[in-house]
Design a protein around this ligand. Structure first.
Ligand SMILES: Nc1ncnc2c1ncn2[C@@H]1O[C@H](COP(=O)(O)OP(=O)(O)OP(=O)(O)O)[C@@H](O)[C@H]1O
Ligand SMILES: [Mg+2]
Ligand SMILES: [Zn+2]
Length: 506
């Protein structure tokens, strides 16, 4: 006897439809095998399926059972096939019957027949919603994933147990309407405020430019001047994500199993700050069961790399691809997998290992070979990709002690929001949102500069021997600075400020 059940499985950020085919031979010796490129977690489904079928009051057939997951060339990962396999066995052994309308099943089973949460529910329900547009489909999924449902009502049925699923399928129990939790706008994670940082007006301005146009920023300066403090406050001046960005980010957290329960859509931009001792895989992503790394979890938000030169050289070099095209490609055994990784990089560092190189009061005690090794970590290609490099200098004791009132994050973020709105208006219909993402082909259309500004950029670029990439990036930063004063035309002052953020190149 044979049954075919529909299910979904994640491949990177995209769900793929999988057919779970169950074949039962009564006349053969009892056995249970799963074929079709399953990973270890799928293999373990056997024990969970067997127990939960029994505990739901059904019989596990004493026969030869073969489960095939098709298509065979896609690697099946995770525990989401437990439910479709159990339903398939019950259907093939004629213990349950239900209509032939396409119904998808996803969920892990516990030994006592509870349906457990699985990662990736949000992309799966979005996928279902697109199929729903052309034909009628339904999906049974774990109740614990309720907050990740992003689809039309009467399409997705969150369920708690295997017994309940069967009762709904056979019509002995009517499905009761459920309410998907409202999206949560406020985030109660600890918030820091720019008002707490004394002085550092220059660095604050640079951070505001970075936030306004989503530009990468590197802060360098002696110990204890507030670099870490400033970086942690960047989030507080970045406006929330728009709907499309929010869905992208929530998908990533959904497949990583990191979506806090009760939160339907993440609106606040993520802030990730991996430690420099973190492994390559945890930062980049990948692994035996591929997972997004920190750079993907920081998508549309901030990736803060404190003590930047302390990071492994291969990690720093790897950043080149995502910094250029907003995604990361991970090589696997027979295939590659891509994850989005369009983050705002904030890097902080000391000017040298001892921290006092170039300091006006303290002497640097580093040897020249130490200095060279330190600098070598910051290869040209990486520095070339930094839009803004700013020095955070030692502040006067009086500034620290007097406690002059500083501008609050709320005041700054109100300005940043205006600049974001200008960009949203200008890039309506485009596939990008910020000045930092203007593609080469439309660079000159969007970065309108007057003759004087152009001549100035040309003169300084020659003098500073800037690379093509550096000039392009400077022009985009100038675009943001002009937007901050609501000017469509880029003028000399904008170019001058943008170039000032590149002087570290020399
Ligand atoms: N500008 C400032 N305003 C207020 N407090 C400051 C300022 N700079 C430093 N501090 C105080 O000093 C502490 C250390 O600052 P922070 O960790 O940001 O320095 P840092 O520049 O990152 O140093 P390091 O290079 O050693 O990492 C802060 O927690 C804060 O209490
Ligand atoms: Mg620090
Ligand atoms: Zn030093």
């Amino acid at each position: 006897m044979f049954a075919k059940i529909k299910s979904l499985c994640m491949n990177g950020l995209d769900p793929i439809p999988i057919d779970v085919e169950v074949d039962i031979h009564r006349s053969s010796l009892p056995s249970f095998s799963i074929v079709g490129l399953p990973d270890a977690a799928v293999q373990e489904a056997k024990e969970r399926v067997r127990s939960s079928i029994r505990n739901a009051g059904f019989t596990f057939p004493l026969a030869r059972i073969i489960v095939n997951l098709a298509p065979a060339d896609v690697k099946k990962e995770g525990s989401g096939f437990d439910l479709p396999i159990a339903i398939g066995i019950l259907k093939a052994s004629e213990q349950i019957q239900f209509s032939d309308d396409p119904i998808y099943f996803v969920g892990e089973l516990s030994l006592d027949g509870k349906v457990r949460q699985i990662p990736g529910m949000l992309p799966m329900t979005i996928h279902l919603d697109t199929i729903q547009k052309s034909s009628s489909v339904a999906m049974y999924c774990p109740w614990e994933n309720l907050h990740e449902i992003y689809a039309r009502k009467n399409t997705v049925y969150p369920i708690k147990t295997l017994t309940e699923t069967i009762a709904f399928l056979s019509g002995t129990k009517k499905y009761i309407d459920y309410a998907v939790p409202e999206e949560e706008l406020v985030d109660d994670s600890e918030t820091f405020d720019f008002a707490e940082v004394a002085g550092q007006d220059f660095a604050k301005r640079a951070l505001e430019v970075a936030a306004s146009g989503f530009h990468n920023i590197m802060m360098a300066g002696p110990p204890g001047t507030g670099k870490t403090m400033l970086a942690k406050r960047l989030c507080s001046i970045l406006p929330f994500m728009n709907e499309n960005e929010a869905i992208e980010v929530t998908k990533i957290y959904s497949i990583s199993g990191l979506l806090p329960s009760g939160k339907r859509l993440i609106k606040k931009r993520p802030f990730r700050s991996p430690h420099h001792s973190a492994s390559y895989v945890s930062i980049v992503g990948g692994g035996a069961t591929p997972k997004p790394g920190e750079i993907t979890l920081a998508h549309r938000g901030i990736l803060f790399l404190d003590e930047f030169p302390e990071f492994r050289k291969d990690v720093i070099n790897m950043l080149r691809q995502p910094l250029e095209d907003g995604q990361v490609t991970i090589a696997r055994m027979k295939s590659t997998i891509s994850y989005p990784a369009r983050f705002l990089l904030v890097a902080a560092m000391n000017p040298c290992p001892c921290g006092f190189f170039g300091d006006s009061h303290k002497e640097c005690t580093c040897s020249s070979s130490q200095l060279l090794r330190y600098k070598a970590k910051l290869s040209g290609p990486i520095m070339d990709r930094m839009d803004i490099v700013t020095e955070v200098q030692r502040i006067e004791a009086s500034t620290m002690i007097k406690g002059r009132k500083q501008e609050s994050s709320a005041e700054i973020s109100a300005r940043v929001l205006k600049t974001h709105q200008i960009q949203q208006e200008r890039y309506r219909g485009e596939t990008f949102f910020f000045n930092s993402d203007i593609p080469a082909k439309t660079l000159h259309q969007y970065c309108l500069a007057n003759e004087e500004a152009k001549a100035f950029l040309e003169k300084i670029s020659q003098r500073m021997h800037l690379s093509g990439r550096a000039i392009t990036r400077a022009l985009k930063v100038a675009r943001t600075i002009a937007d901050m004063r609501a000017s469509e035309m880029i003028e000399v002052q904008d170019i001058a400020e943008a170039l000032q953020y590149r002087f570290r190149d020399h």
